[in-house]
Design a protein around this ligand. Sequence first.
Ligand code: FAD
Length: 497
Amino acid sequence: MTSEIPKKFRRYVVAGGGTAGWMAAATLAKIMGDQIEVTLVESDSIGTVGVGEATIPPLLSFNRMLGINEAEFMRETGATFKLGINFENWKDVGEDYFHSFGHTGKDHWTSGFQHFWLSGKARGVAESFEDYCLEVVAGLQGKFAQLPDNALNYAYHLDSGRYAKFLRKIAEDNGAVRKEGKIDHVMLDPNTGHIAALKLESGETVKADFFIDCTGFRSLLMGQALHVGYDDWSHYLPCDAAVAIQTKSVEPAKPYTRAIAHDAGWQWRIPLQHRTGNGLIYCSRYLDKDAAYERLLSNIEGETLTEPNFIRFQTGARRKQWEKNCVTLGLSAGFMEPLESTSIHLIQRAIMRFMRMLPAQVISDADVKEFNDQTFEDMDKIRDFLIMHYCVTERRDSDFWRYCASMDVPNSVRQKIDLFEKTGRVFRKNDELFAENSWIQCMMGQGIMPQSYHPIADKMRDEEIEYFLQKIKSDVDSTAAKLPSHADFIRQYCAAP
Ligand code: FAD
């Protein structure tokens, strides 16, 4: 018995060397080793999208899978820790809430902590819901440490250009080959319609058995060559443009992202070790490019380090994520604004899924269908979560927010909101990314207060529920008080020299 994969699926070409391309190349090369050949084609003259700095906790397991040393990775990418996102002006102007990566309070198997909190609130003994979550309290105090058993759940803010370089080294150390060159066109096999090769401007032809399209918004392979269409979701998520700029840091890095709503979208502020990332996401129907740039400049701190990066996008998903001998990842696969930092995560999920379904002798239609179904399930659920942020707003101060408050939303979103509003219940379905506590933090943060709660919460006597809530809060407070500042922790653990 030979351990070699049959010749047919030995050669993999990754088209594009942004975050998606290098994540894919590093994974394929590291996991499969010399069983396959990995070539990545990218063009320095085209460059990458140049944004994508906030992540969510599953990236830790991706990095671990690649054998990455965390402190080294953080030093190299100028990364900071992230405990969640502070949403400012989303419920209404002047009102904030924090969506953390942590868990709030303690659950009972019949019902989540929110039911006990609601019962305590009705009896006048509950503090703010956020006070019962360590990640929120530590985050807002600018504290951080790595605690045993992942008791402080975190992700990173990172410099995505540096992350791609970091991954490139891993890919190349494991045998992947980088080819500099501009793809001129994609050659199809006339009999099967499969991709046969990439023809570069230099005249060189790069052949492979399987292709991974990471060419960004251009989607040269899946979109342009294989003609796979795109589902437009902009009626649910109307923002379609961004302008990004980097600034010098003017304060110690906060361990959270800021998502600050404005009257035609929102703005991010992401603190790295060496600089701050800023960007304004907006809907071009309600704000033009110049006004967007002016608005961004009026709400940044510190000297600007870069020219503005103007980006147009269409929210949605490519209708097939795997077609013939091609899988698409990253921006070429679809786009949802970075409101919950989910794009790099979707790349990670799709790569891991593809690794489980690597073709052997033939491409199985069943694999292709399964891959597409699972990927759409991921995307749809994230889309629903993002829509919720907009549609439950109490803001009515601009045409943009009036549109969001009155737009039609998918039934799946409406059902989740209605259920919570009436009963306080949220159910996580099919391993969806955002679990109960995420929906609860955001829905409550946006002002949805359930009309009732599980009867089991009233089983606790007044003094019991008071003690229960107080004990959780005092544990959170005393743990947060002992944590070092985020800046001190970084200095000791992984500061760039
Ligand atoms: P790109 O970075 O665009 O890379 C495309 C690659 O293809 C490049 O190497 C390019 O040279 C190559 N290429 C293209 N055409 C050719 C050609 N003809 N020949 C050769 N090479 C070619 N994600 C997050 O997770 N968190 C965030 O906070 C976040 N913020 C974002 C903010 C904005 C405004 C935008 C637009 C996106 C954001 N994202 C974020 C998404 C994230 O930036 C992307 O998912 C990620 O960078 C992957 O991009 P990519 O590799 O698919 O595309």
